[in-house]
Design a protein around this ligand. Structure first.
Ligand code: ZN
Length: 263
């Protein structure tokens, strides 16, 4: 059994979403985490999560949409996160590659969401692109000690990895691990704690080999996990057990309820 820890199923209409989930289940994918990118989609995502077992969501604002953050959104986010299927804050973070929102705005909105996560004892699903230094400054801020972090689709290189491991972060392994040119993604894998690796598709983006160029979907997390197994010289069953264990340890869910109470 595998869990796709990062799939933007909101890109599919609901009927097709159910087909996509069914195709993944047929390949042994039993869990799905849908990260929101803006608060306006939260209610619809929660309704979908309620209608499907093994489907959870993260709620938050992507750095691309950081400029949409308004006064009162912290409270709105807190209220939305009271739903039992909302298991994390995100997708939030920094993106200095696209710079769709000014960098100072991205950082302010990221920090505001971290405050909510810390307050509620929830992990954050983090997007980081071309922003390693600023990201580390935020994550290493002493005010953020104890924050649980999923560095989704990790491609931050060895120095970032060393510091993120020291912080106790989790690392999302995406279809990039199969890309011939992504040696940087594979090289760092042995340096990451095996019990903190998650697998993900980042659907509809980053389809793994042999589906490159196609629309990605959670069924293809099998190819991601297979490649991860090859890189780490583990069996597919070992990778499934470790990454599923890591998912539950981070997002603390078993069968739709909290596995444990707050610390
Ligand atoms: Zn994403």
């Amino acid at each position: 059994m595998l869990i796709d820890s990062h799939c933007h199923l909101q890109h599919f209409e609901v009927a097709e979403r159910r087909e996509v989930v069914a195709r993944a289940r047929a390949r042994g994918v039993s869990g799905f985490l849908i990260p929101a990118v803006r608060l306006s989609e939260a209610e619809e995502l929660l309704a979908f999560c309620d209608s499907e077992p093994g489907v959870w969501c993260a709620l938050g604002v992507h750095p691309h949409d950081a400029a949409s953050w308004q006064a009162g959104d912290e409270q709105r986010l807190r209220t939305l996160l009271a739903h039992p299927k909302a298991v994390a804050v995100g997708e939030c973070g920094l993106d200095f590659f696209y710079d769709h929102a000014p960098r100072d705005v991205q950082e302010r909105v990221f920090r505001a969401q971290i405050e909510v996560a810390l307050e509620l004892g929830l992990p954050v699903v983090v997007h980081n692109r071309e922003s390693n230094d600023a990201m580390l400054a935020v994550l290493e801020d002493p005010a953020h000690r104890g924050l649980a972090v999923d560095l989704h689709s990790y491609a931050g290189g060895p120095e970032m990895a060393r510091r993120a491991v020291a912080l106790g972060c989790w690392f999302g392994v995406s279809g990039m691990v199969t890309f011939p040119a992504a040696g940087n993604v594979r090289e760092v894998l042995p340096d990451l704690p095996a019990e903190r690796l998650l697998v993900e598709t980042d659907t509809p983006y980053l389809a793994p080999v042999p589906y490159r160029g196609k629309r990605n979907e959670p069924a293809f997390v099998v190819e991601v996990a297979d490649r991860l197994a090859r890189e780490l010289e583990l069996t597919a069953a070992e990778v499934a057990a470790r990454t599923t264990g890591a998912f539950h340890a981070l997002f603390r869910r078993t069968g739709g309820g909290f596995a444990g109470g707050p610390d």
